[in-house]
Design a protein around this ligand. Structure first.
Ligand SMILES: *Cc1c(COP(=O)(O)O)cnc(C)c1O
Length: 395
């Protein structure tokens, strides 16, 4: 296994302006600079406060169901010739890693004296997660969602309503996720005194990429010590996670970045911002973006709505540039095959997003990932939400 070029990178704090190398930053209107600075200060002091940390840890344990286990996959390992361990974020309350982020931001909002959460959502998963946290903390909640997505994701709209949130349909632009993000930011500008913007991944202006990675770091920190228990003190050879905005991958990588582990992010082939993007500025950050020849941000397409984002968190763009992590792609058909294989061999139906990481594992086992390697895969969520869609696709 090649030793990563920048072995020793830390995933610590970004520069004072929120930069990871040339990526990141805070590209927002003047009216939002103060809000971002207030949030950065509040998060920094909360994160350094044992009282806040203790309360957050307690909620992750008693409400979200942490720690999640690491599961050894004996039958899948036999099939692939590599030893496969899964970090089971699918077993959390609400069924994905998103709960780690929203419980942290909800607690922070309450600490800051805000009484209202706004958020964007594409497929509805982050909207449901935010509405969950809002209910937990007794906060008002408004979720922005493109009209196209509102129509496609009726059930999630109903879930958000049940949880007491208002869903506002966004009828501008392509009427999908990137338009919902713009509207949520517009709301935040107008209401910042009372409102916290609960952003859903390691993207957007500083401090979000850093803050959301820190709130997801629990995945990697737990996994590292759980792996050492299973592997007699050793680390896995390879760590795999799917990358949409990149939060489950960032949280996972943070636990292993100071080791010699081969860190691999798996993007959807139709949303491969690192694999096929170019540097640009969108949604308050500089990162790798899918753009057309005129510099317009293009829509991402994949079977998994959670990976349908044309950008990626700036820290991933940086980790790719310095060579500390590598990024690969998985296509729709191999993702469906992977979902079926894990279901049949282990009795675990994964969400479509982490099925991308499994698809790469299946393709690379015995090749880029040598036979006999030990591989940890973050299973970011469970497959229930995708069952109807997968049924159509496999029919
Ligand atoms: C939202 C989601 C993702 C993509 O988000 P990241 O920020 O890239 O982690 C991945 N897996 C599941 C199950 C999700 O719900």
């Amino acid at each position: 296994m090649a030793v990563p070029a920048s072995f020793g990178a830390t995933m610590g704090e970004p520069s004072p302006t929120g930069r990871f190398g040339e990526f990141g930053g805070r590209f927002v209107p003047e009216s939002l600079i103060a809000a971002c600075k207030e949030l950065e200060g509040a998060f920094r002091s909360a994160w350094g406060d044992p009282g806040f940390r203790g309360e957050y840890a307690r909620l992750l344990r008693d409400y979200a169901g942490r720690p999640t286990p690491v599961t050894e996959c004996r039958r899948l390992s036999d099939r692939l010739g590599v030893r496969v361990l899964l970090k089971r974020e699918d077993l959390t309350h609400t069924g994905s890693h998103k709960i780690n982020n929203v419980v942290g931001q909800g607690l922070l909002a309450r600490t800051m004296g805000k009484r209202r959460l706004v958020a964007e959502t594409g497929a509805g998963q982050h909207g449901v997660a935010t509405a969950t946290a809002a209910a937990l903390f007794g906060l008002e909640c408004v979720i922005y969602m493109g009209t196209v997505d509102v129509r496609r994701q009726e059930l999630n709209v109903f879930r958000m309503n049940l949880l007491g949130a208002e869903v506002r349909a966004v009828d501008s632009g392509s009427r999908t996720l990137k338009d919902a993000i713009n509207e949520a930011m517009r709301d935040w500008v107008a209401t910042v005194e009372t409102t916290h913007y609960c952003l859903g991944s390691v993207m957007g202006p500083h401090p979000y990429p850093w803050m959301v990675r820190e709130l997801q770091r629990v995945i990697g920190d737990e996994a590292r010590s759980q792996c050492r228990e299973v592997l007699d003190g050793a680390d896995p050879d390879v760590v795999l996670a799917c990358v949409g905005g990149g939060s489950n991958a960032a949280g996972t990588f943070a636990g292993f970045v100071d080791t010699r582990v081969d860190l691999v992010g798996v993007e959807a082939a139709g949303g491969a911002a690192i694999g096929r993007g170019v540097p640009g500025v969108v949604h308050g950050m500089r990162s790798q973006l899918l753009q057309d020849e005129d510099g317009q941000v293009v829509e991402a397409h994949s079977i998994s709505a959670g990976l349908d984002y044309p950008g990626v968190g700036p820290e991933h763009a940086y980790l790719a540039e310095v060579g500390r992590a590598r990024y690969v792609e998985a296509g729709d058909q191999e993702v469906l095959d992977a979902l079926r294989l894990l279901s049949e061999t282990e009795g675990i139906i994964p969400a479509l997003e982490p099925a991308h990481a499994l698809a790469y594992l299946i393709r690379a086992a015995g090749g880029e990932i040598p036979t006999g390697s030990t591989v940890l895969v973050t299973l970011s969520g469970r497959g229930d939400k995708d069952a109807a869609e997968v049924m159509e696709l496999l029919r």
